[in-house]
Design a protein around this ligand. Structure first.
Ligand code: NAD
Length: 478
């Protein structure tokens, strides 16, 4: 009896999705691996049927059976209403690590041709501003919450190092904006610096994200693996794909403890959909990453080598620079299939090891501290008063807890700093409890809130805490 075939959920997706997915499936089939595809819906087709998450139940059931997904791009409706089917999939299956490799490819002309770029962005994929927790605080002021957890940082840092070791890479940079966002972005930096010494064979270095973007444009060959937060990683990985030939060549893997989703970095490219013009390379290379993940390392190498051989033969799709007579998606696919079994002249297969996935922690993850103290509260209010008048009024209302400061969009406006700030009707009012040595309780906050709300519309409240004697909140910007 032939061995059972490994089942894979396939989401053809929207726009050019079905064309590039068809190309990748034809190539995977041509390698002869024992796999079977379960084609399912997600994205625009699902939204049209009124499924608000963009992912039907049958698709979720299939993924729960197969644990592996090869997907085409899914359109995201812009504006209010439906949420992104991509985000639904990532959060539903907790694919916390997004691995986006790029490398110089033969015949793909770029400003960096000849510099042998081979860079991987390891992007945290669940947390950060992409959790999409947003509010209109006042009719004119929007807020998004950037939530970063120690657990999320630990997982992505360990995945970055595990991946670097599996691929025989030399260095991991951690790119953050920790100089400004000391608590959120700083948590990734601190976690990285804590765990890096456990991987002595890999060089590690922190770099500020803006400098990282600059360095990537100037001397990208200095980078090997870059680990970063969700939004930074999204932006940086589009940049790195641009360095090596564009979105048509950028594959990715969304890795979780239970489910992994493989897809191109690019979107549904509605401008070229249905024209047999799309470059399928990104999805073909994503399929190679998938084959490696399911233990089909030889087939993965064969697919990658066949892509390189096809490009070395001179075939070009319309997105490549300097192409006069571009090949169609179908023609490109056929050349890759015909190249299976041959080796690239410029880039032999790498000797990949299995990625040792960091173990998942069951239950609720807690970071323990020895002591904690409540020292005050920030109350956000809506007001059109000028800061001096607002402060005077609040001080009268809340005699039991002195008003320490007011900020407007983060800038201190009371006590007056002399800074010219253009004001909006959204103030953070910081109150510090009178006896700083004693921990206050919720009763103080509730009575303060009661006093403020007698006269002002308030939106939200943040406690000012100390953990182990250290302030657990940011200082205000003067
Ligand atoms: P896009 O990546 O679809 O297109 C950007 C440009 O790159 C277009 O000019 C397009 O023609 C070109 N391009 C992209 N892939 C190509 C390929 N394989 N071959 C040749 N040219 C290619 O980005 P967009 O226009 O911002 O987004 C379109 C839709 O895709 C949106 O609804 C967006 O939300 C969605 N999207 C989905 C994903 C995903 O599913 N992971 C990722 C990004 C965008």
């Amino acid at each position: 009896m032939p061995p059972a075939k490994r089942k894979i959920t396939v989401l053809p997706g929207d726009g050019i999705g079905p064309e590039v997915v068809e190309s990748a499936l034809a190539i995977v089939n041509a390698t002869g691996v024992a796999v079977e595809f379960e084609k399912c819906e997600a994205g625009a087709q699902a939204f049209k049927k009124g499924i608000v998450t963009g992912v039907p139940r049958e698709t979720i059931d299939s993924i729960e059976r197969t644990h592996v997904v090869l997907k085409g791009p899914l359109e995201t409706p812009i504006g209010y209403g439906n949420r992104s089917a991509n985000v639904t999939l990532r959060t539903l299956f907790e694919t916390y690590g997004n691995i986006r490799p790029v490398r110089e490819l033969p015949g793909v002309q770029t400003a960096f041709t000849g510099r042998n770029l081979d860079i991987v962005i390891v992007r945290e994929n669940i947390e950060d501003l992409y959790a999409g927790i947003e509010y209109m605080e006042t009719p004119g002021v929007a807020e998004g919450l950037k939530l970063i957890s120690r657990e999320g940082c630990e997982k992505i840092v360990k995945l970055a190092f595990a991946f670097a070791i599996a691929e025989g890479r030399k260095a991991v940079h951690c790119a953050t904006k920790a100089n400004i966002m000391k608590l959120t972005e700083g948590l990734l930096q601190r976690t990285f610096e804590e765990f890096a010494p456990q991987y002595p064979s890999i060089k590690s270095k922190h770099i500020l994200i803006d400098n990282c973007a600059h360095q990537l444009a100037m001397r990208p060959e200095q980078f090997d693996v870059i680990v970063t937060t969700n939004m930074n990683g999204d932006i940086l990985s589009d940049l790195t794909s641009g360095l090596t030939g564009g979105l048509g060549f950028a594959p990715s893997a969304n890795i979780g403890n239970d489910v992994s989703i493989f897809e191109a970095v690019h979107g549904s490219a509605p401008d070229i959909a249905g024209k047999n013009k799309a470059n399928p390379t990104a999805l073909i290379l994503s399929a190679a990453m998938m084959l490696r993940q399911i233990g089909e390392g030889k087939a993965a190498n064969d697919v990658e080598q066949a892509v390189l051989v096809a490009l070395e033969s001179g075939i070009r799709t319309s997105d490549m620079i300097g192409v006069e007579t571009p090949a169609t998606t179908t023609e490109f696919t056929q050349v890759v299939i015909a190249s299976l079994g041959r080796s690239s002249k410029v880039s032999p297969p790498k000797n990949y090891k299995k990625v040792e996935m960091p173990p998942s922690q069951p239950g609720v993850n807690v970071v323990a501290v020895k002591s904690r103290r409540l020292t005050g509260v920030d109350i956000y209010v809506e007001s059109s008063l000028d800061p001096a008048n607002l402060a005077e009024d609040l001080e009268k209302l809340t005699e039991m807890s002195p008003l320490k400061l007011l900020t407007n969009r983060g800038a201190m406006v009371y006590p007056a700093s002399g800074r010219r700030v253009s004001l909006v009707d959204h103030f953070r009012c910081r109150f510090v409890f009178r006896d700083a040595a004693v921990s206050a309780g919720d009763a103080e906050i509730l009575s303060l809130l009661g006093a403020v709300s007698a006269k002002y519309r308030w939106m939200h409240v943040e406690k000012l805490q100390e953990f182990d004697g250290e302030p657990a909140f940011s200082r205000s910007q003067v």
